[in-house]
Design a protein around this ligand. Structure first.
Ligand code: IPD
Ligand code: CA
Ligand code: CA
Length: 266
């Protein structure tokens, strides 16, 4: 394993241990509102600090962007760690056992390493660019579905951005009419990891943030997926509008989703 990926894994596991312990002892967790349907807990913050401490111990000069702390400049900002300490906070707060830690390293804007860790299932998804993707050390491969028949497609609802409801529901309807079934499990990072693992045949969501996507898009691509924005371009890190599936299905999914994009989203 590349030394930088190794540090990412150590950081994600440290955070995962904090989250798993707190999940068993939820009475002690403090919850605060950040915005519409957007919450942060004392656990998100503690997990994020553990990740930052682990990274800075080995790479004090690297930059960091983390969901709760924002941008932390380093002396060598060409290397930037992108951190979501707890992806699936709503599930965590409600006691639904489906959430993960997401850590990625970008070098000159290109994601080189990605880690997604599900602490309750002890599932560690990892990838380094050009080296494939693994789950607990075993090679991952995307599903080989040729069309949407019998597929399970993951998605996320725009619950923090309700102005997207109409556009989103049109897209949902177009995909639902053709696919086997849809899932809204509540962690975009795990949605991407599950596409990599072939557990979901595809995934789409609107308005995600870079820390939701960074590790997962590398893991999915290294498992053979294509990643696109809804317009069919590569601006998903900026727009947060993302479609992930195998090469055959990408054409089909984009064909169904694209026509519902509004001008302001292109
Ligand atoms: C959220 C989850 C969710 C997605 C939201 C994200 P958070 O992240 O990934 O599945 O639908 O858009 O914001 O807030 O739990 O880290
Ligand atoms: Ca997130
Ligand atoms: Ca989060």
């Amino acid at each position: 394993m590349h030394p930088m990926l190794n540090i990412g894994v150590r950081a994600a596991r440290n955070a995962g241990n904090i989250i798993a312990k707190a999940y068993e002892n939820f009475d002690k967790v403090e919850v605060q509102s950040k915005g519409l349907n957007d919450y942060v807990t004392s656990v998100d913050k503690a997990a994020e600090q553990a990740i930052i401490d682990t990274i800075q111990k080995s790479y004090p000069e690297h930059g960091i962007i983390a969901e709760e702390s924002g941008i932390i400049e380093g002396q060598e900002n060409d290397c930037q760690w992108v951190i979501d300490p707890l992806d699936g906070t709503t599930n965590f707060i409600k006691g639904i056992p489906h959430f993960a830690v997401s850590v990625a390293l970008r070098v000159k804007g290109k994601t080189e390493h990605g880690v997604i860790y599900d602490p309750l299932r002890n599932e560690l998804f990892t990838a380094s660019r050009g080296n494939g993707a693994q789950l607990n050390g075993y090679r991952l491969r995307v599903s080989n579905s040729r069309d949407l028949t019998d597929t399970v497609i993951g998605t996320g609802f725009p619950f923090k951005q309700k102005h997207l409801t109409e556009t989103y529901l049109a897209m949902f309807g177009a995909i639902f009419a053709e696919c086997g079934d849809l899932r809204r499990a509540g962690s975009a990072a795990l949605d991407l990891a599950y596409v990599a693992a072939g557990r979901q045949d595809g995934f789409f969501e609107l308005g995600l943030k870079p820390w939701d996507i960074a590790a997962g898009e590398l893991i999915a691509r290294e498992a053979g997926a294509l990643v696109s924005d809804v317009a069919g371009g590569y601006n998903y890190m900026k727009t947060g509008n993302i479609v992930v599936t195998n090469a055959k299905m990408m054409k089909i999914m984009l064909g169904l989703l694209r026509e519902h994009l509004t001008d302001s989203m292109k």
